[in-house]
Ligand binder design. Sequence first.
Ligand code: R1P
Ligand code: URA
Length: 284
Amino acid sequence: KLGDAKNANFPVDERNAVYHLGVAKGELSQRILTVGDSERASRLTKELLEEVEEEKAHRGFVIHTGKYKGVRVSIVSIGMGTPMMDFLVREGRFVVDGPMAIIRYGTCGSIKDVEVGSLAIAESSILIRRNPDFWHSDNNKDQTKCKPYDISKPVAGDKELIDLLKNDFESIFKDRKTVVGINASADSFYSSQGRIDPEFDDFNEQLIENIIDLYENKVNTLEMETFQLYHLATRSKQPIKAASSTIILANRVTQAFLDNNTKVKLEIEGGRACLESLIKVNLN
Ligand code: R1P
Ligand code: URA
């Protein structure tokens, strides 16, 4: 349990435990596998880690620390969206000494002609943000003055860690395709991923086409956290090596959606591939 917080700029309690993750120095590994779903994190821990330490859970974050092939790693579920990734990277940075490696293993939608149940690795990521000023009465939905969705420039992940991940995915997923390219992280599962919702005035009918055109058909996947991981990793003053991979759960062209049993199987196999890369990466 956290004690009273001190220091409004970066709140910690008397043990120096951070305000949202709820851990202090030594309670998080420098090698982190992060996922969105707490059940995915529990399954991976149960199947793949040994010498598991006491679970820490606070404000929607669940942290499992243990050993994979003798190396201490943390598996952390963060929930959904860029603010949750922001908490993990900043507060994680505070409680870890020295270089860090963070791999995300999530689920995503794809806007390419690729089967659900395929895998994806993000060499880089762009951010898609809904711009509320587009709907403001001063603008009155005038696209020449203000666009409804802003699309950022790409930020790259760590090449060394991404190359390790490509190799480990190739050896573990012999019978499945892994697409490698640009990811897009959106600030909604719905409007800013181009999903059409008749209940809302979203003005997003052209969004997927715009993303495809802007990056010459190189955007493979849509999800909600990778951009923040890559952006903060590149802005961190101490080294953070970051890579992101996903299970393609939804195909936005064919409207196919992956069944749950296959998803659970891929979670474990892909989680193993991520842990292999995580323990190999050099953090000296
Ligand atoms: C939406 O369903 C969630 O799934 C994806 C998105 O990024 C978002 O967090 O990732 P996870 O499966 O890791 O949560
Ligand atoms: N997660 C997302 O963010 N989008 C999808 O389409 C599927 C999973």
